[in-house]
Design a protein around this ligand. Sequence first.
Ligand code: NI
Length: 189
Amino acid sequence: MAILKIARMGHPVLRDLALPVSDPTTPETATLIRDMIETLKDVGGLGLAAPQVHVLKRVVVFHIPEHRVEQKAEPGDAEGPQPLTIMINPSIEPLTEETELDWEACLSVPDLIGAVKRYKLIRYRWTDLDGNQHERIAAGFHARAVQHECDHLDGILYPQRMSNLSLLGFAEEMRRYSGEIEEVMEAAE
Ligand code: NI
C-alpha cells in the first residue's frame, strides 16, 4: 500500500488524455486502485482520478457522503449518498440539457473553490475490478461529482469549465464573503 503524490494544476499529466484500461482484472490495476483509495482517505477527499496521481489510465474512485446530499435523499436515490465506488473506463450520458451552477473543489487545485455549470441528470456506466458492467442514474451533487471526476480522464480541470471566473477564489475568502458571492452567483445563473 502506498500514499501517492497528487499532481497540482499546471502539471502536464493533468492535461493529457488518459487511456482505457484493456484488462480491468490485472493485479496492476488492483494495486493502483488500492493506492488511490488509501490516498483519497489520507487527504479526506470525495473523489480521485488516476491522472491526479500521475497515472494516465481511465480509473476513478469516489464516494458521496451523507452530509453532501439533500436531507431527504436516501442511499440508492439518484441524488443520494453513494458508497465508495471504483470505476474503470467510465462513460457519461446526459439525460437532460438542463444545467445547474454550484461549487466545486479539487485535490489538484488546492485551497480554491469555483462555481461550475454541470448537467443536472446523467446516466453513467463503468466496469469494476472483476470486469462486470454497472450503471447508475445520478442527479444533483452526485451527478456533479461524477462529471468532475470523469473530466480528469480527458485532461480537464473544473476551472476550464467555468464561464465566470469571478466565481473562482480561495475557499476561506469565499466563505468569509459568502453574501456578496451569492449575489454574483445569482447574476451568473
Ligand atoms: Ni478534481
